[in-house]
Design a protein around this ligand. Structure first.
Ligand code: TYD
Ligand code: MG
Length: 461
C-alpha cells in the first residue's frame, strides 16, 4: 500500500524530522527546515532508487602502479578568467555547479560563453526561468550569435533528457537546477529531494554520454546553495559568483574542483555589454583610493598563482556601547580579534574602548596570514589618526608576541607592488635575512615586529 508522508528536511545537512524545527539538532542551522513529501511503500515492495551516482570503475581493485593519469580534454569557455578558475577550461563530461545570489550575473555569464563552447559542437541551454524570447534579447545585447546553440524552456527532467537524446549536445547549461523537477518525485520543485534527484539525472547523463553540464544553483540569504548543499558533494566543481550588486565588480571563485586548484579567482566587471574580464585586478581594486586618510593600508595577497593588491580600511571610533562593536567585511572575524588583542597587549592601544569596523575594498576576501601586518597597520593608523603613505605596502604575518613572521612568495608580491608604482614595502626581516630581494624601484623596509611600524606613519593634519 502506497501513501504520502510529509516530513521536514534541513537544507544544510539533510536531517529529517517529522515536525518543523527552528534549529537543526544535527548541524545547528537556523530556519533551515523545509517541507517535503515522500511516497512511502511497504519495505518489501519499496522501489529501488532509480538514480545513483554512476560507478567510475568496473568493481575490481586495480594496482596503484597500473593506474594511468588521465589526460583531461578541456574546451575553452572563451573567457580566460573563467577558464583559469576551472583549471584551464571546461573538462569534457564534467559537472559544474555555478552558484550565486539572484541577479549577480550567472545567466549573463553562461549566455556569454555559449558561442565559444559551441565552436566545434552543440550547446543546449535549458532554461526553467526565462522564455526563449528573453534569452534571445539578452544574447543579442551580449553579442552572442548562437549558431550551435539550442534553447529549451522546459522544467520537466524527463522531457529534458528526451530532448538531450535528440539534440545530442556536448554541453548542457541548466538555469537553474532549482526550477527543474521530476514527475516521479512527489515534492515541489526546488525542494531538496527534487533538486537532488534532478541533479543526479544530469550527472548520470554527463558521465554516461560524456556531456559537460553546468548547473546554476541559487544561493539563499545565508549564503548556502538554497536547498541542496548536498549538490556540492555530487558535482565535480563548485564555483561561487560573488560581488556587491551595487558595484560592477564580480569575483568567481572555485570552492571545489576535481580538475584544478581551488585557489584561483576570476575577476569580471559587469557592463551594459555583459561581463568583461579584468586582467589587472590590482589596478581595479586600487582605483579611487582615498589619499591622506588614516586607516587605509595596501596589502598584497596571493590568489592561486596571481599576486593581487588590495586595500584594507579600518575605522576605529570611541564606543557608545557597553561591549564595543566589531564588524568585518572580507577579513575573518577571529583573525581581527587576534590582531586587536596583539596590538592591545604589545603596543598598549586601548581597542576595548573603541568600535572597530574593517573592510576590504572591491569585495575581495583576505584569508592569508601574510595580510596581518597591513591589517594591524590599518588599525593602528585609524586608532592613532596617523596616515600611512599611499605608496607603501605592508606584507607579513604576525605572531602572538607581535613578531613579524616570514611569508611565502615574497618576490612575486614585491614585483606586483613595483608594477603598480609602490615605492616602499614593509616585509618580514626573516624573509630577507638570508636572501636579498632584487628590486628596481621599491624601497624594502624589513621589520622584526609590529612595534617598528609606528614611526612609518605621519601625523594627520
Ligand atoms: P543575470 O545574469 O540575470 O543574474 P542571475 O542569473 O545571477 O540572476 O543578471 C543580472 C543583472 O545583470 C541584471 O540586474 C542586469 C545586469 N546586466 C547588466 O548590467 N548588463 C548586461 O549586459 C546584462 C545581460 C545584465
Ligand atoms: Mg538567471
Amino acid at each position: 500500500m502506497k501513501g504520502l508522508k510529509t516530513f521536514y528536511i534541513c537544507t544544510e545537512c539533510e536531517y529529517k524530522s517529522a515536525k518543523w524545527l527552528g534549529k537543526c539538532p544535527s548541524c545547528g542551522a537556523w530556519n533551515a527546515f523545509v517541507e517535503d513529501v515522500q511516497e512511502v511503500a511497504p519495505a518489501a515492495t519499496a522501489p529501488k532508487r532509480v538514480s545513483m551516482i554512476p560507478s567510475l570503475g568496473d568493481n575490481h581493485a586495480v594496482g596503484f602502479t597500473d593506474l594511468e593519469i588521465p589526460d583531461y580534454m578541456r574546451r575553452t569557455t572563451g573567457l580566460g578568467e573563467l577558464d583559469r578558475v576551472l583549471g584551464g577550461g571546461l573538462v569534457h563530461g564534467s559537472v559544474v555547479l555555478l552558484s550565486g545570489e539572484p541577479g549577480i550575473g550567472k545567466s549573463t555569464l553562461l549566455m556569454q560563453i555559449c558561442d565559444s563552447l559551441g565552436e566545434s559542437r552543440r550547446v543546449l541551454y535549458v532554461s526553467g526561468e526565462e522564455s526563449g524570447g528573453q534569452l534571445k534579447l539578452r544574447a543579442k545585447r551580449l553579442g552572442v550569435v548562437g549558431n550551435s546553440l539550442f534553447i529549451l524552456t522546459e522544467s520537466n527532467i524527463e522531457s529534458i533528457l528526451k530532448e538531450v537524446d535528440k539534440i545530442k549536445p556536448d554541453v548542457i547549461i541548466v538555469d537553474s537546477i532549482q526550477t527543474i523537477y521530476s514527475a516521479s518525485v512527489n515534492s515541489a520543485p526546488g525542494s531538496t529531494t527534487q533538486v537532488k534527484e534532478t541533479a543526479l539525472s544530469f550527472i548520470n547523463k554527463a558521465k554516461s554520454d560524456g556531456i559537460s553540464v553546468i548547473m546554476v544553483g541559487h544561493v539563499n540569504k545565508e549564503g548556502s546553495i538554497a536547498g541542496p548543499k548536498v549538490l556540492e558533494h555530487m558535482v565535480d566543481a563548485v564555483l561561487y559568483f560573488e560581488g556587491e550588486r551595487q558595484q560592477a565588480y564580480r569575483i568567481i571563485r572555485a570552492i571545489k574542483n576535481r580538475y584544478g586548484s581551488t585557489n584561483e579567482i576570476g575577476v569580471f566587471e559587469m557592463t551594459d555589454k555583459g561581463l568583461i574580464e579584468v586582467d589587472n585586478p590590482s589596478q581595479m581594486l586600487l582605483a579611487g583610493r582615498p589619499k591622506n586618510i588614516s586607516g587605509n593600508c595596501a596589502v598584497c595577497t596571493i590568489e592561486g598563482t596571481r599576486p593581487i593588491i588590495a586595500e584594507i580600511q579600518a575605522l576605529v571610533t570611541p564606543t557608545a556601547f557597553p561591549a564595543p562593536r566589531r564588524t568585518t567585511n572580507g577579513i575573518d572575524y577571529n583573525r581581527m580579534c587576534l590582531i586587536i588583542a596583539v596590538l592591545e597587549k604589545r603596543l598598549g592601544l586601548k581597542f576595548y574602548q573603541n568600535d572597530v569596523y574593517l573592510n576590504v575594498i572591491g569585495g575581495m576576501r583576505l584569508d592569508e596570514p601574510a595580510t596581518d601586518v597591513a591589517l594591524a597597520m590599518a588599525l593602528i593608523s585609524s586608532m592613532t589618526d596617523r596616515i600611512i603613505p599611499d605608496d607603501l605596502i605592508a606584507i607579513g604575518e604576525l605572531g602572538l608576541a607581535g613578531e613579524c613572521r616570514s611569508v611565502s612568495n615574497l618576490e612575486q608580491r614585491i614585483k606586483e607592488a613595483e608594477r603598480l608604482g609602490f615605492k616602499h614595502a614593509i616585509v618580514p626581516y626573516r624573509n630577507i635575512e638570508k636572501r636579498k630581494i632584487e628590486t628596481e624601484s621599491i624601497n624594502i623596509i624589513p621589520i622584526r615586529g609590529i612595534y617598528e611600524v609606528l614611526n612609518m606613519m605621519k601625523e594627520s593634519n
